[in-house]
Ligand binder design. Sequence first.
Ligand SMILES: *Cc1c(COP(=O)(O)O)cnc(C)c1O
Length: 382
Amino acid sequence: MKKRYLFTPGPVPVSDQLLAAMSEPTIHHRSTEFEKVFADLTANLKLIFQTKEAVYVQAASGTGGLESAVVNTLSPNDRVIVVNSGKFGERWEKICRSHYLTVVPIKVPWGQAVSPDQVSRLLDEHPDTRALLCQACETSTGVMHPIKALSQLTKNRPETLILVDGISAIGGVDLPMDQWGLDVVVSGSQKGLAGPTGVTFIALSKKAWAFNKKAQCPRYYFDLRAERLAYDKNQTRFSAPTALLNGLNVSLNHILQTGLKKHFQRTNELAMATRTAGKILGLTLFPKSPSPTLTAFEIPPSIDGQKLKEHLEVYHQITVAGGQEQLKGKVFRVGHMGEISDSDLIYFIEKLGQSLSSLGAQGINDDLIGQAIQATRAVLCQ
Ligand SMILES: *Cc1c(COP(=O)(O)O)cnc(C)c1O
């Protein structure tokens, strides 16, 4: 198979062992064989979510998990505060509006993190708020939000939940659900969990389950009360994506065998190495408080962002993500999740330098690219 360098913040590269596990003969989703796969998977997920609660498995991309979080805890006309600091905050806001919730949006300039003080003031202003919704990492800008501080604001308000979109955070950065008192945590398979695309995961605190009893949003496919009955038998309610789950167990086992703390350190190390090298190549970091799971770099004004992406793809088999909406052509995003080796990153830095140089970036020559590679190595060897 042709080697690809998938440096996007989702989907992410997966290991050969994971690919092999996905190519095993299909098993039936109502078999003891599958029940064993499912039991391993959910035990692994609980350790990675750092929760004692069940982590439910639903066949959908991450956006399905965001909708599941809303419909399983809230009702039409409920007031919710939604942090909108980019593409994914905007999406969660749209999901809430489509279920006729009353949205109080917090518009945060792209590239910045939400201020807990501002959230605190809004909660005081609207004491009937049923939930605060926020991304842990807003993947469109590369920002990490202060989730621990936000959780302090909802902890002592029995009538208010905190719902966290951890799709590009869980598995890549520390987000201890129980310790921080997070009420709903959503993840997806193709980002921090280093798996294939197509599965979403959701866990609810006891407080969130109490909300579930009163939640009136219509739901059928995503109904977690029914899903819970299947979960208790180590099954999913509907046909499980057995090949995907079999593959996911490989990456979750790998993360847990490495140890969560060490695995987070590795993600951070890839981020630091990329940023150090990027700085040498004249790139600036876009977000003010960057997440370790991805890096959004500003594209030098002399360079066409679309051309840079194409150049990396066509000449070097490297895929990076461009900017979305207002950031189109202005930033490019590099993921640090999934199966990325030291030599993959060094190759990436070399080819990034060469591509910037071919497209006419000022002052980039072989000597500077050499320095960037040295700096990458130095960070990775620490
Ligand atoms: C990728 C992503 C999503 C959406 O996931 P899909 O799998 O594309 O539906 C939602 N939120 C965040 C923070 C993401 O990074």
